[in-house]
Ligand binder design. Structure first.
Ligand code: ATP
Ligand code: MG
Length: 328
């Protein structure tokens, strides 16, 4: 039997080039090798305020983009998290097996709650819901960018703790699958930070539904440095290293090869070429996206994914409920 792979991308905005490199492109590369579960974590996206109409629209947009990026719906289970009640139910049980201290150490929580007077309890506990998403299906591998590595480690810790406490192999211990190149695509305006779809500055992120002109403008305006030499050095030259990384992922070549190709070139040349490959990739995704959105395939795919995963999740949930001593 194939091993199970699971990941999801929040409908908290339009997917970015970062989401492509750390998320979907990995699923695309592994979908033949694994039994693949790719869901829409809509419950996660309400950890911060969302406009209901906009959120509703984004859910199908994300599915359309999954398919446009080459995810094969015949081979992949694609489903919406909130349509399967077991995710939130198991999450509660896991919440009672996770510690306040360990959640307080989560970088994403610190980052998203920084300088905010008010943030939701959901923002604090969502890594447990993520553990539930993974553990419900005995997923062995979880492709993610570097930002989510710590959350997969939390899922591992909760699973191990649960198995020890109830003396059984109730949960499979998942592994994060982090790409060698592209695990942290950086914010174009502030390359210390990662690119995010929920950014407040649209110049910071390349969105998969951006127009050609906007993509070129954002890349040409990306923050670099005054050193004028093309080198891969993420610590001292994060902006230039980010451009090299994007080129390398989209061309499917190594960083070394990319650096060789640009030896002696100026930043303007590098940016122009990065813009060209990005536009080529994104325009081809958009062409497929519009085709998919004007067909009626999405609802059937989501119905099928929901029915398949609800059955699996209900079996797992029953086992866990009994182990804990709940119910009759
Ligand atoms: P949000 O700002 O709403 O949190 P996001 O851009 O961080 O959105 P998520 O839905 O949280 O996206 O994450 C989806 C997937 O994309 C995860 O696997 C995550 O690790 C990956 N990812 C997110 N940002 C990047 C990035 N800048 N580089 C590489 N991978 C990323
Ligand atoms: Mg995120």
């Amino acid at each position: 039997m194939k091993k199970r792979l699971l990941t999801g991308l929040q409908p908290s905005g339009t997917l970015t080039l970062g989401n492509f490199c750390g998320g979907i492109n990995q699923v695309y590369n592994y979908q033949e090798q694994y039994d693949t579960f790719l869901f829409i974590p809509d419950l996660h996206s309400i950890t911060v305020t969302q406009d209901p109409e906009e959120l509703h629209k984004k859910i199908k947009e994300v599915v359309g983009l999954y398919l446009a990026c080459g995810i094969d719906a015949q081979k992949t289970h694609i489903y919406i998290q909130s349509e399967n009640l077991y995710h939130a139910n198991l999450s509660w049980i896991l919440e009672c097996h996770a510690y306040f201290g360990e959640l307080s150490r989560m970088h994403q929580f610190k980052e998203k709650s920084k300088n905010k007077e008010n943030f939701t309890c959901g923002l604090y506990t969502y890594p447990i819901l993520m553990a539930s998403d993974i553990l419900l299906y005995d997923a062995q591998v979880v492709p993610t960018g570097i930002d989510q590595k710590q959350h997969v480690e939390l899922a591992r810790n909760i699973a191990e703790r649960f198995n020890n406490r109830y003396h059984g192999n109730y949960f499979v211990i998942p592994e994060p699958l982090i790409p060698n190149v592209g695990a942290k695509i950086r914010d174009l305006q502030n390359p210390e930070k990662k690119m995010s779809k929920s950014t407040s500055n649209p110049k910071s992120s390349i969105f998969l539904l951006d127009e050609e002109k906007a993509i070129r403008k954002k890349i040409m305006g990306a923050v670099t440095d005054n050193d004028a030499s093309i080198k891969f050095d993420e610590e001292n030259k994060p902006g230039v290293s980010n451009l090299l990384t994007i080129y390398s992922v989209l061309k499917n070549i190594s960083i070394d090869e990319t650096v060789r190709q640009f030896s002696g070139a100026g930043y303007g040349d590098l940016k122009k070429e990065v813009a060209n490959v990005t536009i080529e990739k994104i325009m081809s995704i958009q062409e497929k996206y519009h085709e998919i959105m004007s067909s009626n395939v999405i609802d059937d795919i989501l119905d099928e994914g929901r029915d398949y995963t609800v059955k699996l999740a209900s079996e797992k949930y029953e086992t866990i409920r009994k182990a804990v001593g709940l119910g009759r």
